[in-house]
Write a protein that binds this ligand. Structure first.
Ligand code: SF4
Ligand code: SF4
Length: 474
């Protein structure tokens, strides 16, 4: 398929018609148009560039400004750049639809100033009412973080522990907007654009059926050129090293990076959390570089990672200070990959405390609403080029514009029922059922935050569990 041509869908739980007529006595039929957030929910759209927040929930709010997030600030990833270069019209159409649904009067596409060709391709679609602005970003990390993005475009600071909608902003990743445009035409999310890069024979951006095993995607990119390698799912900063190369591609997989085992990017994620905690207790010199470069601290939030490290160093393993600050950490890894001269990881420390907070039901006490960022914000942002160099990834950076390729349709897909924030989808099929690509195979549990899940190939359902649905091609 081409990048955005989809298949018809008619699965269980899905309303095929876009109108619903109810007859009132003695009157004409009452037509109720399906709203944008219902179309998005039916299509199972989730944030394609992050944690998979269900998009229909965001789209149901009110906003003053809608921002298309095309920052793609993680080194090596090309997914959003190629999506923008190939689908500018769809992105603008979806942005206009979102603005109309949320009441927003300002529409912005935020993209790196250095992506000249991408900007050139957007320009023919920006006129009309309301007009769409192009906002050119510096090449820094993490400019794609929603809080940073909102501050760059609007000058406002999202409150501690808050959302962009708290300051009137709705931020949608550009690949999410393409999926919204497809949802408006009745097409569910069953494919994902994925950057395959690093030590592979044919790096590029590939269009992958959701549920395809990572090993098959790497094979489709010509295979690895090394015998011994590790694979990062996502970007080198916020991704994770795969333990199992049969892990499936999901709606939020932005990249598969094939790297030597001793790559600094692999090391960033590979040192176990316990090792990181022990190192933090032993050697932190309190230079406070981690705090001075922390993007959330720079925005004015009360997160100071060096203080968390001090508490650990003092043996305070149940520190309320770390416990609370963990809520303000976005896990961007600037502290560990770039700031700390000793290679320590406040990010991992906060991840440990976030887990404990969730398990113990601790609530975020921080709700401050800074009105401006700290003075150092302007000069303390991390240049992406230097970060790429630091991670020894310069050799793997590809061109910002290209045409994504389809991978061969796999014989089998394993589709996770949890590819989003919230509750897992409830299976709607049983072993032995036949499904077509686009059929709904998992629905949102009543009253829960979640997202629908659809078959990505035609075939027979081979297995169903609480975690996944396995489909073999017919
Ligand atoms: S990962 Fe580090 S730099 Fe990023 S927000 Fe958390 S403490 Fe700050
Ligand atoms: S940058 Fe490293 S050594 Fe310096 S305070 Fe932070 S964790 Fe400690």
């Amino acid at each position: 398929m081409s990048g955005i041509v989809g298949r018809a869908w008619n699965g269980p739980g899905h309303r095929r018609s876009t109108i619903n007529d109810r007859r009132a006595p003695g009157s004409c039929a009452i037509i109720r148009l399906v709203t944008l957030d219902e179309q998005i929910r039916d299509a199972g759209v989730v944030g394609a560039g992050g944690a998979g927040f269900p998009t229909h929930v965001k789209a149901a709010g009110r906003a003053e400004v809608v921002i298309a997030n095309g920052a793609e600030c993680e080194p090596v990833l090309l997914t959003d750049q190629w999506v923008m270069a190939n689908h500018p019209a769809q992105i603008v159409e979806a942005l206009r639809a979102e603005a109309s649904a949320t009441g927003a009067g300002r529409l912005v596409i935020a993209v790196k100033a250095k992506y000249g060709e991408v900007i050139r391709r957007f320009k023919p679609f920006l006129g009309g009412t309301p007009p769409v602005e192009l906002f050119e970003l510096d090449d820094t990390y993490p400019s794609g973080d929603e809080h940073v993005m909102v501050h760059e475009v609007t000058g406002r600071v999202v409150p501690e522990g808050g959302l962009p909608l708290d300051v009137g902003a709705l931020v949608q990743n550009v690949a999410t907007l393409v999926n919204i445009r497809r949802a408006m035409a009745g097409h569910p999310v069953i494919h994902k654009h994925v950057t395959v890069a690093g030590e592979v024979r044919r790096p590029g951006v590939y269009i992958v059926p959701v549920g395809t095993r990572a090993s098959e995607v790497i094979a489709a990119a010509g295979g690895a050129v090394l015998d011994d390698y590790r694979v990062i799912d996502g970007g080198p900063m916020m991704g994770r090293v795969l333990d199992d190369l049969d892990s499936p591609v999901t709606k939020v997989t932005s990249g598969l990076l094939v790297l030597p085992p001793d790559s600094p990017a692999v090391g960033l994620h590979d040192a176990g959390r316990n090792v990181q905690l022990r190192r933090a207790m032993a050697v932190c010199c309190q230079c406070r570089m981690c705090t001075d470069l922390c993007p959330r601290y720079l925005l004015g939030h009360r997160i100071e990672p060096h203080k968390a490290m001090r508490a650990l160093h003092n043996g305070d393993l149940r520190s309320r200070e770390i416990e609370a600050m963990a809520f303000l950490c976005c896990q961007c890894e600037v502290c560990s990959a770039y700031a700390c001269p000793l290679g320590l990881s406040p990010c991992e420390v906060f991840a440990e405390f976030k887990g404990r907070n969730a398990a113990e039901g601790v609530k975020n006490p921080y709700r401050d609403r800074p009105t401006d960022s700290r003075e150092a914000y302007r000069w303390s942002r991390v240049p992406k080029g230097r970060l790429t160099q630091r991670l020894d990834l310069e050799a793997y950076v590809g061109p910002p514009v290209g045409v994504p390729e389809d991978i061969p349709e796999p014989w089998e897909v394993v589709i996770p029922l949890m590819q989003h924030l919230g509750a897992p989808a409830l299976p709607q099929v049983r072993p032995g059922d036949w499904v077509r690509a686009g059929d709904c195979i998992g629905d949102i549990p009543q009253g829960s935050l979640g997202a629908r899940v659809h078959a990505s190939i035609d075939g027979a359902v081979k297995a169903v569990s609480r975690d996944h649905v396995r489909i073999a091609r017919s």
